[in-house]
Ligand binder design. Structure first.
Ligand SMILES: [Zn+2]
Length: 197
C-alpha cells in the first residue's frame, strides 16, 4: 500500500462531520490496528450501504427501498405528517418514539441569502401528498432560526389553502437542525404541546 492511498483515506475521513484532520488520522490508525475486527467489517458495511442506499420517493428519508420502512408501514398512516428539515431530525423524532404518523423531509430551509427557493426543497412534493394521501394534520418541526421560521410560514400558507390543519412544535425549545441534540422527553413535550397555526 502506498503512503498516498493512506493519505487519501485520511483526507476522506477528515471530511466527515465532527472529524478534523487530526482525529481522522487517529481514526485511520485505529482502523489499521483493528483491521480484522473493525476495518474489514466496516469496509463491507460501507460498500453494501453505498450500493443499496436511496432516498424514499415519498418522504425523503434514507433507506434501502424506494419506500422507506415508515412509509411502507400501514400502521403509520394516521393522517399526520411531520415536516422536518433533515433526515437527522426525522431520526431524532423516531428515537423519541412519540410520533406515530409519517414524515416529510424538506432537505433544508428557504434562504434568501443562499438563493434557496421552494422548488429547491421538497415543498412541491409535500403539497402533492396532501392531494394523494388522507392528511388531517401537518406538524412543522422546523428550526427556530429565521430561515426555519420563514420556511414554516411559507408552508403554513400553502397548506391552509389546501384546507389541512397545520401545527408547529412548541416554541421555546430549539428545534430543527438541533432536534438531534434534544433528549427524548423534550421532543415528546414539544410534540404534545404543539400549537395550531
Ligand atoms: Zn418514506
Amino acid at each position: 500500500m502506498s503512503a498516498d492511498r493512506l493519505e487519501e483515506l485520511i483526507a476522506l475521513m477528515a471530511r466527515l462531520p465532527g472529524l478534523g484532520p487530526r482525529s481522522a488520522r487517529r481514526a485511520v490508525l485505529h482502523l489499521i490496528k483493528k483491521r480484522g475486527q473493525l476495518m474489514a467489517p466496516l469496509a463491507q458495511a460501507l460498500a453494501e450501504v453505498a450500493a443499496s442506499a436511496r432516498d424514499c420517493v415519498v418522504c425523503g428519508n434514507v433507506g434501502t427501498q424506494d419506500r422507506c420502512e415508515i412509509c411502507a408501514d400501514p400502521r403509520r398512516a394516521t393522517g399526520e405528517i411531520c415536516v422536518v428539515e433533515d433526515v437527522a431530525d426525522l431520526w431524532a423524532m423516531e428515537r423519541a418514539g412519540v410520533f406515530k404518523g409519517r414524515y416529510h423531509v424538506l432537505g433544508g430551509t428557504l434562504s434568501a441569502l443562499d438563493a434557496v427557493g421552494p422548488e429547491d426543497l421538497r415543498i412541491p412534493q409535500l403539497i402533492a401528498r396532501l392531494g394523494e394521501e388522507e392528511v388531517t394534520e401537518v406538524i412543522l418541526a422546523l428550526g427556530a432560526t429565521l430561515d426555519g421560521q420563514t420556511t414554516g410560514h411559507y408552508i403554513a400558507d400553502e397548506i391552509a389553502a389546501a384546507g389541512v390543519a397545520v401545527s408547529s412544535l412548541a416554541q421555546g425549545v430549539p428545534v430543527g437542525g438541533e432536534l438531534d441534540y434534544l433528549d427524548d422527553g423534550t421532543i415528546t413535550a414539544a410534540l404534545k404541546a404543539r400549537k395550531r397555526l
